[in-house]
Design a protein. Structure first.
Length: 366
């Protein structure tokens, strides 16, 4: 009887692992997004429980099957290891426009942000490098002073925040974020937002901005377009476009709010990459809590539309960000994605008081 139970467990886990191979969008049925998110941890019942039990029963076929299934749980995670892959050389960039929310300003304040799993450096970066940070602020409860301290300590030049509210926006002003990153663009707060609106902050003056760069069934995706390093703000390419790099803050809906909107939002962000390629301008960078990971077919479909994931491209291991209070298990929901013309040279995580996500940091060179 025990043998049959073990075989059933192994077969069920194999079927569970196979969910990651569904066509993109087919996993937008509860509870499939959550089941797929847990695939990297199925090696525990496979390799530990079933394999050890099979070994004790001298059932070698079952043991080999359990071990093979345990290894299969890491198929997609293995993409974080190996030889680093970078995007191609920079190409001409173009324009972006829109309306802004008032910039942050205020007095500086000190606070401590505990570092966790840090793999990047805060030393001086080349002139053609950007230091990025993205953070889900958990309904606006993230500590504003801790955010500002992290921005200072890690020399952040572009900051993306999700689940903001007006109280946090004001607290960031008071904490002095505007002294470090004086230019900002926020989305409009709506009843349909998932936890709050998104915001993007930069140290460099933008030459274009949008309140919502792409229509997806989630919070607005605000963006700021900056002149490429070393190119004067007024300089135009031969086709009359200003060469830019555009940063956008995104937060797709969680499956519990709507599985359909969750999948459609993730896949829909790919239009930003395709638009960049189609119009042959801009380097596009999307930062935020995308509520998806490499095991999700919808997230892989997003990457296939022209984005490179900073963490994946470095091949130095995953950078899981949720939940912040557990060292294990964590999943990688927060991402920095970019189109050709940029490359990631460092990625890391750090803890910020008041939120359930770790902040994700990255250094991009163009």
């Amino acid at each position: 009887m025990l043998l049959w139970v073990l075989w059933i467990i192994v077969l069920l886990c194999i079927l569970w692992i196979a969910l990651a191979a569904l066509p993109a969008g087919r996993e937008k049925v509860m509870p499939l997004p959550y089941m797929i998110a847990l695939i990297p941890f199925l090696w525990v019942p496979m390799a530990v429980v079933a394999a050890i039990a099979a070994f004790s029963l001298h059932e070698w076929g079952l043991m080999c099957g359990a071990i093979a299934a345990g290894i299969a749980t890491q198929i997609y995670q293995s993409r974080y290891q190996g030889t680093a892959l970078h995007a191609g050389a920079a190409k001409p960039a173009g324009r972006s426009s829109g309306q802004a929310k008032p910039d942050a300003s205020g007095e500086s304040a000190a606070n401590t942000a505990e570092s966790a799993g840090q793999s990047d450096e805060s030393a001086a970066q080349p002139a053609r490098a950007y230091r990025l940070m993205t953070l889900n602020c958990r309904y606006g409860r993230a500590d504003a002073k801790a955010i500002v301290t992290a921005v200072r300590a890690h020399n952040i030049t572009v900051l993306a925040l999700q689940e903001m509210n007006d109280d946090l926006f004001a607290a960031l002003n008071e904490a002095g974020l505007g002294r470090i990153l004086p230019y900002s663009q926020c989305g409009a707060g709506k009843a349909t937002d998932n936890g709050g609106y998104n915001g993007i902050y930069t140290a460099a003056e933008p030459i274009g901005r949008q309140r919502d760069a792409i229509m997806i069934p989630a919070a607005d995706v605000p963006s700021l377009s900056l002149p490429l390093p070393g190119r004067p703000a007024g300089e135009l390419d031969a086709d009359g476009d200003a060469p830019t790099i555009t940063f956008a803050a995104a937060h797709t809906k969680s499956p519990m709010r709507s599985c359909r909107d969750w999948s459609n939002g993730i896949i829909g962000l790919g239009e930003l990459a395709e638009r960049t390629e189609r119009e042959d301008h801009d380097i596009m960078v999307v930062m935020g809590d995308l509520n998806g990971q490499i095991e999700h077919p919808s997230f892989r479909a997003l990457l296939a539309r022209g984005f490179t994931d900073a963490s994946l491209s470095l091949k130095s291991g995953a950078h899981p960000t949720f939940p912040s209070w557990l060292p294990w298990p964590r999943i990688e929901l927060d991402h920095v994605l970019f189109t050709p013309g940029a490359k990631a040279v460092a990625v890391g995580t750090l803890a910020v008081k008041g939120t359930d996500h770790l902040a994700l940091t990255a250094t991009l060179e163009v």
